[in-house]
Design a protein around this ligand. Structure first.
Ligand code: SF4
Length: 403
C-alpha cells in the first residue's frame, strides 16, 4: 500500500471548512471525504473554489478506520437506505495511494451486510483486478461513474491524451456483473465538446455501460479565471450565478445526438436516475415528481419509479422528522413537499428516506414571513403568485442543478 501523508493539525486548521468536512450530505448521498488532494489537474476542477487545487498529493485528514466510524455513526446514515459517495469531492478514488482506502471502506461496509447504493466517481485507471475485487462484494450496490467528456484540449482535460479513462470504461464494462457502470458525460460545455462528431464519439464509448448521465459544469470565477489564464475560451461570460449549467438548447442537442447514435445504452439527466437504473431500482431522489425529466427514460425504469412513487402522508413526514431529529413546518403538494429552514443537508436526508422531492420555501421570504405556520394558512392572491414562482424555480433547479 502506498502510504499517504496525514495532514498535520496546523494545515488542517487552515482548510476551508468545506474541505475539512469529512462526512457531509449531498444530493447524491452521504459523502465520505477523508482524503483530499489530486494530481490530475482537470482545468474546471471544483477544488478551485476551496483553495485546494494546488494540493497535488492526496493527504489523509484522519485514518480510514476513523472515517468509516464517522460515516456509519453520522446521524443521517441509515443502513440499506442512505446512498453513499466515496471520495467525490477532492481526490480521485482510483489514484494509487487512494485506492487501498477505497477498498478498505467498501469491504468494511459490505461486511456489515449493508445494501446501500455506493457511488464512486473516477476518471483514472480501473484494472481487471479492481473489477474482480468489486465483484467479490456481496451486499453493497456499488456504481462506478466514469467522468468522461470527450474534451481533448489538454489545458482543460490533461488526462484525455492518455486514453486512461476510455480504457477504464472498457475494462469495467467487460467485467461488470453486480457492479453498476455509468459513463458520466460531463462537463458538456459549448465550444469545448458539443460538436456533433465529439458527441457521437462519447456516445460510442458508452455503448456497453449500464447508463450514460450527462450534465454541464460549475461555472464560477475561480475556475473560469484559471482557464482564461491558460488561454482557454470559457463560455457564459461572467454570468456565474445565473447561468444554468445545462442550457435547454444544449440539453436538446445532447438528447438528439443520443437518439441519432443508435446505441442501446439509456441516457439520464440525473445522477441518481442512472445509478438507480444500473441496479434495477427506482430513483432515490424522487425525480418522478418532476416528470419532465423522465421523457428519455426507458419504459421499464419509468414503471419502477411509478410503482415506487407515493406521496408522503403527514404521518410519514412526522415520522421521518422525528427519526432524524429535525423540526420544520411542511406542505405536501403533488410531486414534492415544501419545508422551511432545514438547509440542504437535512433536506436531502429526508428526500433519500422518502425517495421524494423535498423543497425549501425559504427562498423569497414568503408565507411564513410573519411567523405564520405553513399549515392551515390560506395565502392571498399575491402569495399564490409568488408561490408559483418559487415552485417554478425548484422545478428548474431539479432539472438543471448539478449533483
Ligand atoms: S422515471 Fe424519471 S425519476 Fe425514474 S429513473 Fe427515469 S428519469 Fe429518473
Amino acid at each position: 500500500m502506498t502510504a499517504l501523508p496525514l495532514l498535520h493539525d496546523h494545515a488542517k486548521a487552515q482548510l476551508d471548512p468545506y474541505m475539512a468536512l469529512i462526512v457531509g450530505y449531498r444530493k447524491s448521498g452521504l459523502s465520505l471525504n477523508h482524503i483530499i488532494g489530486c494530481p490530475l489537474d482537470c482545468g474546471y476542477c471544483v477544488r478551485h473554489f476551496w483553495g485546494n487545487f494546488d494540493v497535488k498529493i492526496p493527504h489523509l485528514l484522519c485514518s480510514t478506520d476513523e472515517a468509516i466510524e464517522q460515516l456509519v455513526n453520522h446521524h443521517a446514515f441509515q443502513p440499506h437506505i442512505t446512498p453513499i459517495q466515496l471520495f467525490n469531492k477532492a481526490t480521485d478514488p482510483f489514484l494509487p495511494g487512494v485506492k487501498p482506502h477505497l477498498f478498505q471502506v467498501l469491504r468494511a461496509l459490505d461486511q456489515r451486510g449493508y445494501t446501500n447504493h455506493v457511488l464512486v466517481i473516477t476518471r483514472f485507471t480501473v484494472t481487471d483486478d479492481d473489477m474482480a475485487q468489486l465483484e467479490t462484494l456481496r451486499h453493497l450496490r456499488v456504481t462506478l461513474l466514469f467522468t468522461y467528456s470527450g474534451i481533448t484540449d489538454p489545458r482543460v482535460e490533461p488526462i484525455a491524451k492518455s486514453e486512461i479513462t476510455v480504457n477504464s470504461i472498457r475494462t469495467a464494462a467487460a467485467h461488470k456483473k453486480r457492479t453498476g457502470v455509468v459513463l458520466y458525460w460531463r462537463p458538456i460545455v459549448p465550444g469545448w465538446n458539443d460538436a456533433p462528431d465529439t458527441m457521437a464519439a462519447v456516445l460510442d464509448v458508452g455503448r456497453d455501460v449500464d447508463a450514460i448521465v450527462f450534465t454541464g459544469y460549475y461555472h464560477k470565477p475561480e475556475n473560469a479565471d484559471y482557464l482564461r489564464d491558460l488561454g482557454v475560451d470559457v463560455p457564459y461570460a461572467d454570468e456565474y450565478a445565473r447561468r444554468k449549467v445545462m442550457p435547454g438548447e444544449l440539453d436538446g442537442r445532447v438528447v438528439a445526438a443520443w437518439r441519432a447514435s443508435g446505441i442501446a445504452t439509456p441516457l439520464f439527466r440525473k445522477t441518481s436516475c442512472g445509478v438507480a437504473y444500473a441496479h434495477a431500482a427506482p430513483d432515490y431522489n424522487g425525480h418522478w415528481g418532476v416528470r419532465e425529466l423522465c421523457d428519455i427514460c426507458p419504459a421499464v425504469q419509468q414503471q419502477r419509479c411509478t410503482d415506487d412513487y407515493r406521496a408522503p402522508t403527514p404521518a410519514d413526514m412526522d415520522a421521518v422528522l422525528a427519526q432524524l431529529g429535525y423540526t420544520t413546518d411542511y406542505v405536501i403538494e403533488d410531486g414534492h413537499v415544501w419545508t422551511h429552514g432545514l438547509g440542504e443537508q437535512r433536506r436531502y436526508a429526508i428526500q433519500h428516506t422518502l425517495r421524494h422531492q423535498i423543497w425549501e420555501l425559504d427562498q423569497p421570504h414568503y408565507l411564513h414571513a410573519h411567523g405564520r405556520s405553513l399549515l392551515g394558512h390560506t395565502p392571498d392572491a399575491s402569495q399564490v403568485a409568488a408561490l408559483a414562482g418559487v415552485r417554478a424555480t425548484f422545478e428548474n433547479a431539479a432539472r438543471y442543478e448539478d449533483d
